[in-house]
Write a protein that binds this ligand. Sequence first.
Ligand SMILES: [Zn+2]
Length: 374
Amino acid sequence: MSLSFELLGSDGLARRGRITTAHGTIETPAFMPVGTAGTVKAMLPQSVAETGAEIILGNTFHLMLQPGAERVAALGGLHRFMNWPGPILTDSGGFQVMSLKELRKLDRDGVTFRSPRDGSQHRLTPQRSVEIQHLLDSDITMSFDECTTWPVDEQTAAQSMRLSMVWAERGKRAFVERPGYGLFGIVQGSTFPALRAESAEALTGIGFDGYAIGGLAVGEGQELMFRTLDTTLPQLPADRPRYLMGVGRPADIVGAVQRGIDMFDCVMPTRAGRTAQAFTRRGELNLRNARHRDDPRPIDDTCACPACRHHSRAYLHHLIRSEEILGAMLLTWHNLHYYQDVMRGLRGAIESGSLCHWIAAFQNEQDRGDLPPI
Ligand SMILES: [Zn+2]
């Protein structure tokens, strides 16, 4: 058996589960902080673990260009290289390579592209992507796919999805089965229910350890994203984890968990932490704003992160205005801690069968908005 997934409970369509990998277990629903280049930006690995995160995401595209997958393998794999002993999921490189536009050339077998770093030429195929993720020692390998752009017409979406399905099958053949390691397929088909259904059927026919929903959170909006999940998720096997790629804001995650998603990743909490944005139970706020200049209160007095336990809004505002690195570090920590608080809350609510009440309270607090100024 490669990866194991236990379904521990459910509340409506929402699931409480546990994934066991070669490097440890992941309680689901789970949020994965993004560690693009072998680091979750502005965070020590130990600090990431202290927020409650059990798995992080690494980027094949970035790591293959710098420092190179073979080098990481020679240095003991990505866990040892970056000192993150827990589970790691790597993306396939597909999303980044497709966004290179004029620097890449797509064919039936893969993509040839120039490195945006130094112009050197590289090639990614479904087989090479799986090989790179093996060299990185990733616990969860993602299939190499073409991430369909949005908006897109149905015919283009169909061609793109069918190419991804051919690639998914090639990647599966290239994947080396090992205990505690797994390969996920990615459902494509944009927002067309018939294409999503065709993609889900093709992938379940090949057989994967988990199933991701790709091609969402690309501009279609929350309503269309949720509608796509509503029609797609019932077509995926219940006994395998489901991962919604690149999502999202806290309210997107809550709505997707309610619909049966188990795993998420998003750059939002870390990126926002470097641009003075804080996610809180009372919505989003910008610490650069002058209203925080004289405010001795923490971002959130119920948050257990170091930014909230030890520092005032006024101090964080000062750090940001002074462009001090500590400002980005503390806000990133807070945001990752808040995201994990949301996940802890969701898991507890599913366990106790009170998800509807929890979501109502969550929305109520979000709608109240930030504390009034003092
Ligand atoms: Zn905090």
